[in-house]
Design a protein around this ligand. Structure first.
Ligand code: SF4
Length: 394
């Protein structure tokens, strides 16, 4: 048995463990464990400095999860876009391929907690169905291998998946999404990367949320992957009490770059059942972005996105840099809030893209509703104004 497998065996993974080691009330611990399975491996546990710190919050269950927050189990409607159990096919040329339900730590904020840790919902028996689906869809050129954590598969099993994908001629890119470098870096072994190297190009997306996760062990894991030629990107979830602070995110992103990991996304936390206590106001993410862009290397500035509820996909959200824009000029501000003008190009041969946006926006039900609301508000205000102005007219 490899070291990482031995470590997994020593994980906290039952309600009894919570009662014995952390003084949880037995009934609460059992309810939390049945809501979403508990697993904290000894490596990640060792990163906790005190109860309630950013590492603790990510892995330790909290009684708040038991409150009915009214949020859905599948806010991104992944299941609605799932032609076979292991595949979500939402975008034209890429699919999400779920190959295991298991993770080395069960993150309390997990978006896929309705399936993760439940082998009846994501299972190896569905892997062949997934490969067959991808094979039958020549438009799929990019496959995101996820789960659970795909690196929970043994090297032999993972190789079957990667080999199966590489045998499909239209699959150009494979992406492996794993939290292992952050939560159990011992999983990244020379044997694993040697095996994966045979199936390049593979992009590895990792998931660090806090600078304390950037340890010597994590750096060794990322070095092994980077030395083997896998481009590394990070996906961070913005969470209250964990990383809702620009200095923390800046520190994390700088440390990631030192480990050759490019910060790729900051996600606004999804609206997932039992995770409401992690959600932050959207302005927090915008403020963080405002304090990154220009204040630190552009390499350390990821996209801030909202994964649109219902399956709309990832939508980038930016602080407001455009102050004004017409046919003659654009007025913009920089990171120091200094204002600049840039002359617009007169090009009669092409439609101005903004017009297209405006046409789209005019049709959007949300925008129509908002416009009606504003008009009726304006009417109400102008009535008051007329009344006030009457004496002056007289
Ligand atoms: S590692 Fe990923 S899939 Fe597993 S519990 Fe954490 S967020 Fe969910």
């Amino acid at each position: 048995m490899e070291l990482w497998q031995q470590m997994l065996r020593q994980s906290i993974d039952s309600a009894d463990d919570l009662v014995k080691r952390f003084n949880f009330d037995k009934e609460t611990a059992e309810r939390l464990n049945s809501l979403f399975h508990i697993r904290i491996n000894p490596y990640y546990l060792s990163l906790i400095r005190e109860p309630g710190d950013p590492i603790w919050l990510q892995c330790m269950p909290d009684a708040t999860e038991l409150a009915d927050d009214g949020l859905p189990e599948d806010p991104l409607n992944e299941d609605g876009d799932s032609p076979v159990p292991s595949i979500t096919h939402r975008y034209p040329d890429r699919v999400l391929f779920l190959v295991t339900s298991q993770c080395s730590m069960y993150c309390r904020f997990c978006t896929r907690k309705r399936k993760v840790s439940d082998s009846s919902k994501i299972s190896m028996k569905y892997i062949q169905d997934g490969l067959d689906y991808i094979k039958a869809h020549p438009e799929v050129r990019d496959v995101i291998v996820s789960g659970g954590d795909p690196l929970m598969l043994t090297d032999v099993m993972l190789e079957k998946v990667l080999k199966g994908l590489r045998e499909i001629p239209h699959v150009e890119i494979i992406r492996v999404h794993t939290k292992m470098p952050a939560v159990l870096p011992q999983r990244i072994t020379p044997q694993l990367v040697e095996m994966m190297k045979k199936y390049q190009p593979i992009y590895v997306n990792v998931h660090f949320n806090h600078p304390w996760e950037c340890t010597t062990e994590a750096k060794q894991a990322c070095d092994l992957l980077a030395d083997a030629g896998f481009p590394l990107g990070n996906q961070m979830v913005l969470m209250k009490g964990v990383n809702d602070d620009a200095d923390v995110v800046k520190d994390l992103n700088r440390k990631l770059l030192m480990m050759r990991v490019r910060p790729y996304y900051i996600y606004q936390a999804d609206m997932v059942k039992s995770t409401n206590h992690f959600r932050t106001p959207i302005r927090v993410g915008l403020e963080i972005m405002d304090k990154l862009r220009g204040h630190t290397s552009g390499l350390a500035v990821p996209y801030f996105v909202i994964d649109a509820p219902g399956g709309g996909g990832k939508i980038p959200i930016l602080p407001q840099y455009i102050l004004y824009h017409d046919d003659e000029k654009i007025v913009i501000r920089n990171y120091k809030y200094e204002v600049f003008e840039y002359a617009e190009v007169n090009d009669d041969t092409k439609p101005v893209p903004v017009d297209n946006d405006a046409r789209f926006l005019r049709r959007s039900p949300v925008v129509i509703r908002e416009r009606k609301r504003r008009i009726s508000k304006r009417k109400a205000t102008s009535t008051v104004k007329v009344k006030n102005e009457k004496p002056a007219e007289g």
